[in-house]
Design a protein around this ligand. Structure first.
Ligand code: SAM
Length: 190
C-alpha cells in the first residue's frame, strides 16, 4: 500500500462526520478534499499554505467537489495554527495532516522549514489532545527535506520517551518518504 493511501486509511479510522480537522500544508488540495469528504457537511477543514498558487489550486479542487461550505483556506503559515483556530472558536481538532516539502510542479525553493514545522507540530499536539491523530509525511530525498526529516525523527523520539504519545512509523525505502501517525498513548495506559 502506498504511504499516502496508508495515511488516508488512518484518517478514515479516526475522523468522523461532524469533526473539525486541519490540513497544515494544502499544496494541490488532495488531502484537503479527502478530509472534507470525511468530515461531511457538518464538519470543517481548516487548510494552511504560504503560497497563493497552492491556495488557488486547492480552492479549485474544493469547488469541483462542491465542498466550499466545509473548507476554510488560509494563506498563512501553519505556525499560526492555534491563534488562527482560536479566532474561529476552535480549541481542539480530530486530526492534523502535514505533507511536507515543496509544491509538486512548482518552485522547489519554497519548502517547509524545520523551525516553523516543529513549532506547528508542537501546536498540533495540544490541538489533538487524547482523541485526535497527527499524520506527518516527510521527504528525506532532497537536502532541505533531509534536515526536516532529522528533526522529525528526534521530535518523535522525544514523544516516545513519554508514555503520553504513541507513533506508528512507516517508510517506503532508504531514501523514500516516511509517514508518522501520532496519537495519544492514553489508550495503551488503560
Ligand atoms: N498535501 C498537499 C496535497 O495533497 O497536494 C501537498 C503539500 S506540498 C508537498 C507542501 C506544501 O507546503 C507546499 O504547497 C508549500 O507551499 C507548503 N508550505 C511550506 N511552508 C509552509 C508553512 N510554513 N505553512 C503552511 N504551508 C507551507
Amino acid at each position: 500500500m502506498r504511504l499516502t493511501q496508508r495515511a488516508h486509511r488512518a484518517l478514515e479510522q479516526h475522523v468522523s462526520v461532524g469533526d473539525v480537522v486541519v490540513d497544515a500544508t494544502v499544496g494541490n488540495g488532495h488531502d484537503t478534499v479527502t478530509l472534507a469528504a470525511l468530515v461531511g457537511p457538518s464538519g470543517h477543514v481548516f487548510g494552511f499554505d504560504i503560497q497563493q498558487q497552492a491556495i488557488d489550486a486547492t480552492a479549485r479542487r474544493v469547488a469541483t467537489a462542491q465542498f466550499q461550505e466545509r473548507v476554510t483556506l488560509l494563506h498563512q503559515s501553519h505556525d499560526t495554527l492555534i491563534t488562527t483556530l482560536a479566532r474561529a472558536g476552535v480549541s481542539s481538532v480530530k486530526a492534523v495532516v502535514f505533507n511536507l516539502g515543496y509544491l509538486p510542479g512548482s518552485d522547489k525553493s519554497v519548502t517547509t522549514t524545520t523551525i516553523s514545522t516543529q513549532n506547528a507540530l508542537d501546536q498540533s499536539l495540544s490541538l489533538i489532545g487524547e482523541s485526535g491523530l497527527l499524520c506527518i509525511m516527510a521527504y528525506r530525498g532532497h537536502p532541505a527535506g533531509r534536515i526536516e526529516f532529522d528533526m522529525i525523527e528526534q521530535w518523535t523520539a522525544g514523544l516516545l520517551r513519554t508514555s503520553q504519545w504513541q507513533c506508528e512509523r512507516n517508510a517506503a525505502n532508504n531514501d523514500g518518504p516516511v509517514l508518522y501517525c501520532v496519537s495519544s498513548g492514553a489508550a495503551n495506559l488503560r
